[in-house]
Design a protein around this ligand. Sequence first.
Ligand SMILES: [Zn+2]
Length: 102
Amino acid sequence: MASPTATELEQRLQQIAQRLTPCPIPDFSEGWDLCAHGLPWPCPSTEAAWLARGLGRDEQVRAQLSWLRGERADAHTDASLEIPGLPNPGPDPTTSEGRRGA
Ligand SMILES: [Zn+2]
């Protein structure tokens, strides 16, 4: 059996990447660290998916964690911004048309 060419290996990697989807990061702040597979995140499938895409594990973990923190921070900020009398940044011409009067 001949050893696979670089192109064949590349194609294999692409096929693996297409079949594997990284699990979304669980909500660690809720004490939840299991992915959709019921495994501690990042699970082997997630790591394999990153690997197949040429992504670094540590880098991805950091990125996902900061995304999780960022998302939650944004959600919190949105909720606490419900202060009456706060200066309005101005209507967005693309979305506010016809909505305000309804
Ligand atoms: Zn998983």
